[in-house]
Write a protein that binds this ligand. Sequence first.
Ligand code: MG
Length: 275
Amino acid sequence: MRICRFSTGEEPRFGVVTGDVDQFGQPAEDSVVVPLAGDPLYVGIKLLDEEHRLNDVRLLAPVIPRSKVVGIGRNYAAHAAELGHDLPDEPLMFLKPNTTVVGPGDPIYYPPQTSNLHYEGELAVVIGRICRDVPAEQATDVIFGYTIANDVTARDLQKSDVQFTRAKGFDSFCPVGPWIETDLDPHDFNDGRAVQTYLNGDVVQDGSTADMIFDVPTLVAHVSSVMTLLPGDLILTGTPEGVGPMQVGDEVEISIAGIGALANPVALRSPNPGS
Ligand code: MG
């Protein structure tokens, strides 16, 4: 089932997206959104007797984490190598504030403090219920579903600050969407799930979840051994090799097989005094 958050010009609502997704992650023309009565993380899946054409609604970030976005660094060997790092002995965790989250089509704002803004296409885990100290073999019990995230990173600030907070914490640095796929097994194929990033239509990342150093259950166990996870929290599972810079005016699209595609433009961040 694909769970979205959408607007028809009124208050955001949750819905279920019907229809198939093609090999490029694009939904069928006749896909519709059936609205839900409330937030499915809290009230379950209650379909309303109503539907909208997918093309007529605006998709929003499918979840706004109430507490946190947990990032995992260097979880693909080839990516660790391209940044000049050794492989980690255990998952490397960092946090992105929930104010980084934006939805499909929303701009990634290029801040003036950086001159090297990178995309990082990633599989994102959506936590479904409050939990801590989750054994890896029970991880699927606490996972609501999966979506796509762009772990946008100011690479120059990441290097100069050492700590990741500023480099990964600017507003708009965590596009997520287009929806949450609840029926996905991220490791069910021998060759994993393809994770691909396109910059202005050109493939720049072409990875597979099979190449993760630590798989999803291991990550859930590791993170929840440190901090309590709440419904709607996100775990970004790391990016494959091929990270690189984006410029104002670019469009970056990430597709993950079995989920769909998430596209965002890059825009200049201008001062917004008083807001
Ligand atoms: Mg990342």
